[in-house]
Design a binder for this molecule. Structure first.
Ligand code: MTE
Ligand code: MO
Length: 384
């Protein structure tokens, strides 16, 4: 069993697939803390978790004028300044289960919690590329930075992905070769000893167990870059789909969801009010500026309170424009409407480009069930 050396996992996780391991936390827990504890951070593995010995670990950097650069874990930690970024990771398939309700899609049936927020520390990818000889002439022939994981399938093929070179080398891009998550060594499930953290970019490009970096004229040739993680029209089916016709997902669209109360639960009339909680995030460093909440299916709206830290802590300083990598948690307490017997609670977020979520799933349905970001809706009974 290639999965026999996979690590132990937190029992609260909701398992989508055991081998490879894919799981998300219960939504109510997700918004209990601004920084998601690593143990309940969602886990998305395509392959068995590789066991990497930190002493013999080597990171290879190729495709730059300086020739190949090889770094040990110690060199990565000591030769480059340590940089810390709080960034939210979201899988392209987050909320796929809502697309499945419209029409069957292919992929893991994620709920609303294939998204989590952590503090990552490591070397800047930019600094490592500069040390390997990156300069302005390189940008004339190369456009992409490819990443290869150390996790392999039975044929020896590794997980891989790529990002645009300009994101990788930008001083404002904050791309990390992270060796710490939430102040500790990366856990095995999250890429020990080194993973790429590409803030604002879809989870799939945040390659774990990083073995090799290649600066290149081409995108990664991996299955996950070429023939997966792309969006299509609702009209496209498996007979007509041409993966070459669509760009690989990089930045993700505006997203929000309700974590409390859970769908199908009840509130007591005697409590007179209801508290609604959730998360909101947008890709590409765009900042969430507002979350609207409705208790009546979208007829009337109220504005929720946003926060960027845990309640007992001072909020983090507002991020520089274009570098809002972390989610906002939101909350609203509203009186129960007198007439209603049931609430249809809805949320929708707005980012600083005034991007908003679509109101329903059907027009954004796609065969792979990615980019699912319609208004999130939960129904709650009022108990008399
Ligand atoms: N990196 C490797 N090497 N192997 C993988 O299977 N999965 C990707 C990405 N990086 C993956 C990987 C996907 S699709 C996502 S959503 C994120 O890792 C999930 O990161 P997490 O497990 O730390 O939440
Ligand atoms: Mo993913």
């Amino acid at each position: 069993d290639p999965y026999s050396s996979d690590p132990e996992r937190h029992p609260a996780l909701r398992i989508n697939s055991l081998k490879p391991f894919n799981a998300e936390p219960p939504p109510e827990i997700l918004t209990d803390s601004y920084i998601t504890p690593s143990a309940i951070f969602f886990k998305r593995n395509h392959l068995p978790v590789p066991q990497v010995d930190p002493d013999s670990y080597r990171l290879h950097v190729e495709g730059l004028p300086g020739g190949a650069l090889t770094l040990s874990l110690k060199e990565l930690k000591t030769r480059f300044p340590k940089h810390t970024v709080t960034a939210t990771l979201q899988c392209a398939g987050n909320r796929r289960s809502e697309m499945n309700k419209v029409k069957q899609v292919k992929g893991l049936n994620w709920g609303i919690a294939a998204i989590s927020n952590a503090t990552w520390s490591g070397a800047r990818l930019r600094d490592v590329l500069l040390a390997a000889g990156y300069g302005p002439d390189v940008a004339k022939r190369a456009c992409h930075v490819q990443f290869e994981g150390l996790d392999k399938d039975v044929t020896g093929t590794t997980y891989g992905a790529s990002i645009p070179l300009n994101k990788a080398v930008s001083e404002e891009g904050d791309v990390l070769l992270a060796y710490e998550m939430n102040g500790e060594d990366l856990p095995a499930d999250h890429g020990y000893p080194v993973r790429v953290v590409v803030p604002g970019t879809v989870g799939a490009r945040n390659v774990k167990w990083l073995g090799k970096i290649i600066v290149s004229a081409e995108e990664s040739s991996s299955h996950w870059q070429q023939n997966d993680y792309k969006g299509f029209s609702p009209a496209t089916d498996w007979d007509t789909v041409d993966f070459k016709s669509a760009p690989a997902i990089q930045e993700l669209p505006i997203q929000s969801a309700i974590t409390v109360p859970a769908d199908g639960t009840a509130v007591d009339r005697s409590s007179e009010e209801v508290t609604v909680k959730g998360y909101a995030w947008s890709g590409g460093g765009r900042e969430v500026v507002r979350v609207d909440v409705s208790l009546d299916g979208g007829k009337t709206w109220q504005v929720a309170q946003l926060r960027s830290s845990d309640k007992d802590q001072a909020p983090e300083a507002s991020p520089p424009p274009g570098r809002a990598w972390a989610w906002k948690l939101w909350e609203i307490t509203a009186p129960l409407p007198a007439e209603a017997q049931e609430l249809e609670i809805v949320c929708k977020a707005v980012d600083n480009s005034y991007n908003m979520q679509p109101d329903t799933v059907a027009p954004i349905w796609n065969l792979r069930g990615v980019l699912s970001n319609a208004w999130h809706r939960v129904k709650v009974k009022i108990r008399e």
